[in-house]
Design a protein around this ligand. Sequence first.
Ligand code: ATP
Length: 703
Amino acid sequence: MAQEQNKGQNKNPKLKKPKFNIFWIYILLLAIIIYIWTSGYGSSKSSVSKEVTWDKAQKVLLNRDFSAIKVVNKEYAEIFIKQEAISRGDTLYNDIYKNDGGVFSNNKITLDNLNASYIYKFVTFDDFRQQLDLISNQWTVEDTLNKGLSESQKADIIAKNHINPVSETKGGFWLQNSGWIISTLFIIVIWIVFFRFMGRGSSGAGGGGLSGLFSVGKSRAKLYDKDQNTHVTFSDVAGLEEAKVEVMEIVDFLKNPDKYTKLGGKIPKGALLVGPPGTGKTLLAKAVAGEARVPFFSLSGSDFTEMFVGVGASRVRDLFNNAKAKAPCIIFIDEIDAIGRARGKNAFNAANDERENTLNQLLTEMDGFGTNAGVIVLAATNRADILDKALLRAGRFDRQIYVELPEVKEREAIFKVHMKNLKFDKNEVSVDFLAKQTPGFSGADIANICNEAALIAARRSKQVIGKQDFLDAVDRIVGGLEKKSKIISPKEKERIAFHEAGHATVSWMLEFANPLLKVTIVPRGRALGAAWYIPEERQITTKQQMMEQIISLLGGRASEQLTFGDISTGALNDLERATQMATAMVKYYGLDEKVGNRSYFDSTGQSEYSMQQQFSEKTAELIDERVDLLLREAYASACKILEENKDNLRVLAELLRDKEVIFREDVQNIFGPRKWADSIDGIKPEETPKQESEAQQEETNNQ
Ligand code: ATP
């Protein structure tokens, strides 16, 4: 049905009517500007010049009818005529101005705004100089004859009558006009560059240069259809089984709408892919484009925004028009939060700004009076919570598809996808082991590890990628680049060793602290040292578990206090994270008995912009007090554990200081086996590498 409708629309001759192109208005404006520039319109005087012979020039000079003489390039003289000479009505000047309707006596040029001159081209400048001297002499004779003047008076008159032409050097046409030509060209170039920049990335009707300028309001969606494919299929997307089923169902709606509508159902208008960064939302959408075999318009939320008002809404309209013409089809809007944020609920954003107009247009297009039969909108975001509620309601994005961080089996599958093209040692590298080593990693992180491992192996001139290369890649991605060249004094090294040993000791002694894998004091990224853990993969966390995490975070500082009687700035990162956790316990999770079962968590994201606190001053004080108490209790517990294990702490710290990197086994040798089984125990001992690294680290910050 939808297809037929559209076909019908395309046949409509009205649609084929050439549209008025705003391009011509710009060209006209440019032409007017150039005309005004070149015609000198607006200048106070109109210049009129005529070339004359010496006879005529001589008459003008003898009559003393000139105001100045300009000698240009020693080639010709420009003799400027006095206005009163012309107004005398002397026929001598009829060739440049005629009172009775001559060539220049039209409406534009009046005597007042006339700047008249004669051009006399002399043979040589010396000849001309002599001719001027003769004229001067003639004047002097006229001025002195029969006047009985004294010699000094005569001398004065001779001096006064001396004609002094002004010299001037002028270039040719180009040089003369270079000023305005260059400035005009400059403006045009800036103009083109500016609009090319704005038009960049536009496809189809867009394009760069002037076409970019004239297609500012056009949609920038990239179209994938049978001629141009994304070459991504569902086999490239590992895991995400439920999400795959849901998106495939959407494709099926488009291909077989009758199957659903014959029972009275309506085809969904849109689906929103929601999940943390790098979990494969865009990849999934690309796979839909690759598999669906229907036209697929892909663009990002920021592609709608432009510095001009109204452009966003116009692009939305254009996008839907294009899509309707190609129905059945899919529109994919990545990072939709760029335009889909909740509308003006805060003091700064109350105005009906450009983004809101764009969003309003999107809302209208998705569920307005006009129908978009056969167009399904897929969108992706990291934060569905901040999106406008109107966007999420049924009838627009009817479905929300959650794309979560991968579980261990999914990570294994993602590793397999990305290791397909890698040359790695199949006997040494176990995909299962790598998956267990990387809890909390997203698909993008895993893709990055595989690539980084290949680069590390290449740097080591290896033929195949080994296990160590993968582990080093994980280390590098979690902790940053190793900085062996960083100069650390022996005293600092000792302090860092005790700090990290403090973390290791405390977490070893606590049931719910994350299982320790490795401790290092080799500087990496911004950290001077780190204790590496494998976080437990859990869906909910208990109060006790959170508390023990905080205690182990404060173990570093407690160890410094206990050993050196003094604390340092190295605990910045620990303190930041501990404070965040304690605040979340009290303020968001309702885990504090005094504050009670209250949560000030704002899932809509509106409080980010709000100037008002959600709670009273009294509650704020109570929250502060309870967070403080939690942290103090945690610190006291950390100190107590370390005090009880003082000797082992020293042995561990000294070992760490000397070896720089120690592993779980070293800690176990000193403290004895841990009382509780943890997730690392799931990794078989023979798989535990000599050097391991983890998804989570507690680090000594170097600030
Ligand atoms: P963001 O929200 O930051 O835009 P995203 O969820 O859209 O992130 P993608 O751009 O789809 O993430 O993923 C980035 C890269 O991560 C992909 O190009 C791919 O290499 C890899 N990746 C992510 N998830 C998977 C997966 N499930 N299977 C295979 N590769 C994946």
